[in-house]
Structure formats: structure tokens, C-alpha cells
Design a protein around this ligand. Structure first.
Ligand code: MV4
Length: 447
């Protein structure tokens, strides 16, 4: 096992990784920007190294600085967390080329899934259901029209280098296609430096269901069920839950096993999330994420498995500490993302946190790096805390989340807590009856 791990991230996820390390007897190295000298991930780590100025491009994305921090501290492995360099195949290769272990999937799989067209082709070949459409880039309107006529309108044009919803365009009919195509290609080129786009049938009101999988170096692949992440605003998740209110035990077992078999067929290693749109009882693959995800704690809550611990064990060449038959799904879990933002406009609200009280009690977990006296920076994303609750059933879970939101105090800055409280009393949410458009439609209706 490693003796020292460098955590190439900040905020709550850096703390989350630190916690797993300490429980495994591993010492930790934090890296931080000049803006983060007083950050909790730095204060708690055994050692820390400043890797550059506030701008992420010069610090948390600065590969030579992070490699230098490994050399200075003698860390043996690097955990990238999520965001930043976590899905950068070149970073994974560079870490390994310098003799350190990258705690994550193989670079070839990060690269394969980073291109949405190659990802779709790979999982389709491995037997997973994909959204009807082409698995090739379309270049010109004639080609696009041929694909669109074959799959039927409306179609969605997506960027191959995209993901997370950036650079998508709907074309409702053949007349709208040439302009939608040109716009999508131009936007993809500008945003990602790659103008490749592909077409899919547009699903009008699906749920976003993602399946958690984990694979070790001995060929063991296990699925840990699904999360429902349909409650999003502008592709930012607001509330996630496990299990999905729309998926029963038999469906979970069926899709889970199919996903596990698929990723086993291409020799995947580490944790991964396979995203689907779920519509009318059918799953349609959209993307695969080759990192630990923000919302991983809801899966941890219902399975009682520490995903970060397992990631570290896998990277150290140890087997998974459980088999598929030993995974049991217990009760319901929800996660609320508490952002330092105005709850109506979502304008960021950085600044001094003057007061802080964490909710607690049975079935409650708060993953956060904020504290009273912390100056929440404007340089990074606005995630201030993840409140995760677990209940014996969904009703207990909802009641517990409402109770916890009422207990939590974050003074001095605005947070999205009032929005989350409002959300949790909506009958559709209480009933679990929502899709990917529910949240934006509700906010529009509320004004
Ligand atoms: C879609 C879709 C409808 N049809 N694909 C958005 C993010 C990216 N991961 C894929 N996305 C979508 N792909 C087809 N063929 C609708 C969305 C989508 C969405 C998906 C998940 C969660 C929220 C969403 C909000 C708007 C659109």
C-alpha cells in the first residue's frame, strides 16, 4: 500500500480523499493555489505545497507544478478528484511516466470516453443500448440530412469533444437542420478546438440515470446500482438520489449487470459512471465518466462501500473488497448541493463566512471544506457543501433532508439552501415524479 498520496484537487473532494487516506494509514500531501493558503484541505493535510497563482490554469491545472510537488514530498501516487485534471489522459500518462501511480482508470480509457463518438461506438460494440443515431461525425448538411431522415426528427446535434451538455443544438425538422449544424460545428470548434459533431434522436422528456461501476486489476467488475441525477439547471446538478424512484430492483440488476459486462469486455480499471437517458422503460447510453463523481456519496450511503478507499486499493494492485453478490442496496439516499450563490438568480456569492453550523444526527453526512472565518473564493466553482442523508425509505430520506436543511447555518454569504427547501416540499419531488426538464420548468413557473 502507498505511504503517501498527493491530492491534486481542492475543496470538499480534497477533504473526502484525505479522509479515506487517513483511515487507511496513508499520509497526505495537499497542493494549493495562492488563493487557497487558508483552505481547509491545506490545513488538514499532513503536508502542503503551493503550486501557483489563483487562476486554476496556473495551479490546479499546472501539470509540471504538480509533478514537482510529488518529487519534493516523495508522494507515491496522485488522486485527481473530479474536475481539473481528473479526465486528462495526458496527465495520467505523465504521472505514470515520472514513476508515480495515477489513482484512476487507464489513459486509453480516459481518452476513449473523452471523445463522445468513440465512447458511443465502444459501448455499443460492448452490447449497451445507445440513443438511435450515427456513430460517426457528420461533416456537411447532406450527410446530416441522410442521418436525420433515418432516425427521424427532432434530432439533437452534439459535439464529439463536448459532454455535460455544452454545444448541443436541436433541429426540429429538415428545414432547421443546415443552420443548427453550422452553429453546432462553429460552437464546438470555438469551445473545444474540435468542430466534430454527431446526430442523435432527441428524447423529449427522459430521466438522467447513471450506473456506478468499479473494476479491479484481477478482472472483477461490480456494479453499485444507479443514481438519478435528473434535477439539473443549465447542466448543473442540484439534487441527486439513489436508488432512482423510477428503477425497480429487477431493472437495476439487469442494467447493472449489462454495464459491468460491457466495461469488463474492454478491460476497464477503477471507478466509472455510465450515463443513460431513461425514457419509457428503455435505457439509452449517452456518456461515460472515468472519474469519481461529485454525487458518489449517495451510492456510498445505500451500499455502505467507501469508493475512494476502493479506488486507492485498486491503484495499489489489491482486489475489490467485495463481490457483486455481497452488494446490498439499503434504503434511500439524497444529496443536496449547497452552492455559494443567490438562490433565485444563481449569481455567485463569494466572501467571508461569518457563521457556520453543520447539521447532524442519524443518517447525516456533510462533505464540505468551509468553516466560520473562511473567505469563500471567487476563483473556483461555487460548491460550498454536499449534504447527504440516508433513510430506511424515501419518505424518511426526504423528511431527514428537510430537517437538516433547516438546521444548517451558513452566515455571511448567500447559499442555495432556501431553493432546496422550497424544492423538497413540491409534490412531484416528494413523489419522485420528475425528469430532466422538471427543475427549469418549475423555476420558470415560479417566476
Ligand atoms: C440528450 C437529450 C435528449 N436526447 N440526448 C445533456 C448533457 C449531456 N450529457 C447529454 N444531454 C442530453 N442529451 C438526446 N439524444 C437531452 C439532454 C439533456 C439533459 C440530459 C441529462 C440531464 C439534464 C439534461 C438537460 C437538458 C438536456
Amino acid at each position: 500500500m502507498f505511504e503517501k498520496i498527493l491530492i491534486a484537487n481542492r475543496g470538499e473532494i480534497a477533504l473526502r480523499i484525505h479522509r479515506a487516506c487517513k483511515e487507511m494509514g496513508i499520509s497526505t500531501v495537499a497542493v494549493h493555489s495562492e488563493a487557497d493558503a487558508q483552505a481547509m484541505h491545506v490545513r488538514l493535510a499532513d503536508e502542503s505545497v503551493c503550486i501557483g497563482p489563483a487562476a486554476a490554469a496556473k495551479s490546479y491545472l499546472n501539470i509540471p507544478s504538480i509533478i514537482a510537488a510529488c518529487e519534493i514530498t516523495g508522494a507515491q501516487a496522485v488522486h485527481p478528484g473530479y474536475g481539473f485534471l481528473s479526465e486528462n489522459a495526458r496527465f495520467a500518462e505523465i504521472v505514470e511516466a515520472h514513476g508515480y501511480t495515477f489513482i484512476g482508470p487507464k489513459p486509453e480509457h480516459i481518452r476513449l470516453m473523452g471523445d463522445k463518438i468513440s465512447a458511443k461506438r465502444a459501448v455499443q460494440a460492448a452490447g449497451l443500448p445507445v440513443v438511435p443515431g450515427g456513430d460517426c461525425a457528420v461533416e456537411d448538411p447532406e450527410e446530416a440530412l441522410a442521418v436525420a431522415e433515418a432516425i427521424g426528427f427532432p434530432v439533437l446535434i452534439k459535439a464529439a469533444a463536448g459532454g455535460g451538455g455544452r454545444g448541443m443544438k436541436v433541429a426540429v425538422d429538415r428545414a432547421a437542420l443546415p443552420e443548427a449544424l453550422a452553429t453546432a460545428q462553429a460552437e464546438a470548434k470555438a469551445a473545444f478546438g474540435d468542430g466534430s459533431v454527431y446526430l442523435e434522436r432527441y428524447l423529449s422528456g427522459p430521466r438522467h440515470i447513471e450506473v456506478q461501476v468499479i473494476a479491479d486489476a484481477f478482472g472483477a467488475v461490480v456494479h453499485l446500482g444507479e443514481r438519478d441525477c435528473s434535477l439539473q439547471r443549465r447542466h448543473q446538478k442540484v439534487l441527486e438520489e439513489a436508488p432512482s424512484p423510477a428503477i425497480d430492483a429487477q431493472t437495476r440488476d439487469r442494467i447493472g449487470r449489462r454495464v459491468a459486462e460491457a466495461i469488463a469486455s474492454f478491460g476497464y480499471l477503477g471507478v466509472g459512471t455510465v450515463e443513460f437517458l431513461y425514457d419509457d422503460g428503455e435505457f439509452y447510453f449517452i456518456e461515460m465518466n472515468t472519474r469519481l463523481q461529485v454525487e458518489h456519496p449517495v451510492t456510498e450511503a445505500v451500499t455502505d462501500i467507501d469508493l475512494v478507499r476502493e479506488q486507492i486499493r485498486i491503484a495499489a494492485g489489491l482486489p475489490l473488497s467485495f463481490r457483486q453478490e455481497e452488494v446490498v442496496f439499503e434504503g434511500n439516499a439524497m444529496e443536496c448541493r449547497i452552492n455559494a450563490e443567490n438562490p433565485r438568480t444563481f449569481t455567485p456569492s463569494p466572501g467571508l463566512i461569518t457563521d457556520f453550523h453543520a447539521p447532524g444526527g442519524p443518517g447525516v453526512r456533510l462533505d464540505s471544506a468551509i468553516y466560520a472565518g473562511y473567505n469563500f473564493p471567487h476563483d473556483y466553482d461555487s460548491l460550498a457543501a454536499k449534504l447527504i442523508v440516508h433513510g430506511r425509505d424515501r419518505a424518511e430520506c426526504v423528511a431527514r433532508m428537510k430537517r437538516c436543511l433547516g438546521e444548517m447555518v451558513v452566515g455571511g454569504i448567500e447559499t442555495t439552501i432556501p431553493l432546496l427547501q422550497d424544492l423538497l416540499v413540491q409534490p412531484d419531488i416528494v413523489a419522485g415524479d420528475y425528469n430532466i426538464h422538471w427543475l427549469e420548468q418549475w423555476m420558470q413557473a415560479e417566476g
